[in-house]
Design a protein. Structure first.
Length: 401
């Protein structure tokens, strides 16, 4: 470990939002390089939650909120999935009264409170010179807020939906696609054995990349995505068509959790919201399954086709990272250190057209990254559309395409 006498500064790192494979390799990539460059590294626990709960007293036990990282610590976790620093969906600018830390309740008693002043004081108390948040657009949007408050922020994009603007690739996406293909191939044997429709619901609130790429790779014949409201009868006809053309008499569908029927809205589990105002999605796969079964006789000589309905959910975000989600996070971490060594901040580390780069962090809050329907989705066939792969990015559907 670097001697205290030679420390150039202190870097803070945190992970927010949903867990994905690749977070621990990113933490390791940052830490190993930072220590070797002469920096001290502090890992904040539970994302932004760890930063609002600190007691600014040198005698206080803040071990539940942050930890000093060493090579030994990050090497143990660096090849595993999830995040050993833990995560949360805390939004310090919008903290509900019930979850304000006990030691701050007298100061912050509104129904919703902005604890940013405490975050800034806590960063100063811990001695943070640079902060590296790893997350999706929700987590990173608060990173933008801190940057406007004067914090030196260098961000890394993470989300299995691959929907952070400004980058072709977000940590976790490749493993999500890999797992989806593996699970679809496992489930197809049951679908074929019973001659059924197989409906698989996957993550994807606003963007359909996690349904599109596996479908393009052959994991399903059709997919429905948030960017296009689909007609149920059209889908039922296509699924029956696929089934009849298949020698094993089954067909497969991937459904983004944010997909919507024509004339309908997103389907939520309940009315509660997280700190960023999002209701918990889930249930569109169930509704599609019910409707497919109900409509199937119209396109199957009057006979009902039964359904295998499976929500892939956390099965695609658990476990170890694949090769890309082991390599890219390491590279992202090192790129963050390159920026810090140049005293550059307010940046988002990205992949653009197969090359590593960085862009202004406020791109996270200035635009959306969605599937380009005109270029990539065939609305008549309800599946990915592609004309030529020549000179296209690795994952085809990116922020620029």
């Amino acid at each position: 470990m670097t001697s205290k006498k030679t420390v150039k500064g202190t870097i803070g790192i945190l992970t927010g939002g949903g867990d994905v494979p690749g977070l621990n390799p990113a933490i390791r990539g940052v830490t190993i390089r930072a220590l070797r460059e002469g920096y001290r590294v502090i890992g904040f626990r539970r994302g932004w939650a760890g930063l609002i709960d600190i007691l600014r007293d040198k005698k206080a036990d803040n071990s539940n909120n942050y930890i000093e990282l060493t090579e030994e610590i990050v090497n143990k976790a660096g090849r595993t999935g999830g995040t050993f620093l833990h995560t949360s969906r805390t939004r310090p600018s919008h903290v509900k009264k019930a979850v304000v830390p006990d030691h701050l309740k007298e100061t912050y008693s509104e129904d919703v409170n902005d604890l940013t002043p405490e975050v800034l004081k806590n960063l100063d108390f811990v001695g943070i010179d640079f902060l590296i948040p790893i997350g999706g657009d929700d987590t990173l949007s608060y990173g933008v807020r801190l940057y406007t408050e004067g914090v030196k922020v260098v961000a890394l994009p993470k989300t299995m939906d691959n929907d952070v603007p400004g980058t072709d690739y977000c940590i976790g996406f490749s493993t999500c696609v890999t797992r989806t293909i593996q699970l679809a191939n496992s489930l197809r044997t049951s679908a074929g054995s019973h001659e059924r429709f197989l409906v698989m619901e996957v993550f994807g609130r606003y963007a359909g990349f996690t349904a599109m790429l596996p479908t393009m790779a052959g994991a399903a014949s059709r997919c429905v995505i948030p960017e296009y409201k689909f007609d149920m009868e059209q889908l039922a006809e296509l699924m029956n068509y696929d089934r009849m053309r298949n020698p094993s008499r089954y067909s497969m569908l991937l459904v983004s959790e944010g997909a919507m029927f024509e004339g309908g809205e997103m389907v939520f589990q309940d009315a509660t919201t997280d700190a960023y105002g999002h209701k918990k999605l889930g249930g569109i796969g169930d509704l599609v399954s019910e409707e497919l079964k109900r409509l199937s006789p119209e396109f199957n000589n009057g006979k009902t086709v039964n359904i295998i309905n499976q929500k892939l959910g956390y099965m695609v975000r658990g476990g170890d990272p694949d090769a890309i989600d082991s390599i890219v996070p390491m590279a992202y971490g090192n790129l963050a250190l390159d920026l810090i060594l140049q005293n550059m901040h307010g940046r988002l580390v990205v992949l653009k057209n197969g090359r590593y780069d960085n862009v202004p962090i406020d791109i996270v809050t200035s635009q959306k990254k969605l599937v380009n329907i005109q270029r990539h989705y065939n609305t008549e066939r309800l599946r990915p559309f592609f004309n030529s792969f020549e000179m296209q990015p690795l994952f085809i559907m990116t922020s620029e395409y």
